[in-house]
Design a protein around this ligand. Sequence first.
Ligand SMILES: [Zn+2]
Length: 278
Amino acid sequence: MHAAIRKWRAPAAVLAGLTLGIAACGADEDPFAGFQTTPVTAPPAPQSVPSVPAAPPERPVNKRRPRPRKPLPRAGVSPDPLPAATAVPPAPDAGDQRLPPDCCSEPRRGRRIDAIVLHTTESADAPGFGDLARLARYFVRVRKSSHVANDGQGYSSRMVDDDRSAYHSSYWNIATLGLEQVGYSAFGDEAWLARPVQLESTARWIAHWAARHRIPIRRCEVAGLRYNRNRRVVAGVLTRRGVCSHAQLDPRNRDDPGTGYPWEAVLRRARTIVADAS
Ligand SMILES: [Zn+2]
């Protein structure tokens, strides 16, 4: 009932259509032809307007345009001399899980590789390649990478080629190769030694890379680390080429592969593999 006595209101679209209709008709015939129009009166004389200071120019709206992220500095070439070239033992067999280049790596442009970096993934083993496939998916999601990953069963995955820089240790990426080991930095010596096939795989990768890129099989050393406000390393020198822990290269953010890692056993085995290949 109330609806019946309510005034009908033309919807805005209808009004707009009418207006448009008039304008459109005017083009064909003048609807006011023949009517007397009021003579135009002279416009009123302009009154003197008290002078007011000009309004300050409007401030441009601060449109927050994303500033291109300034690339972090990169490690320079190590001043440590190269060791003699040796025969190159073969790399372990690896599944091909190369990551898309646009997310996870960039050309090294001939830059020399000074060190191998050992990591732990802080994740658990899964049967077969399941753990390594999961790691590859994670890397693509967070735009990180390592050259190779291996797991407790001794499987290896090749994710980035040596001649590309992988995203595994920030400032040092350009000068290093990264090996992610499925496992935890909290593992003690015993837990690591209970994973002999993984340690053998790691030793074989170290042996292969060390001979191929002329990296001495020993712990690396760094000096002069400096950090930015976000605790990222922005300066430092690899004073001793070799095999590094991620913790050594980024001590304020990382502790992998952990204090229980059996460095001596792994490096000794890698030296033997290189010696046997000669
Ligand atoms: Zn790491």
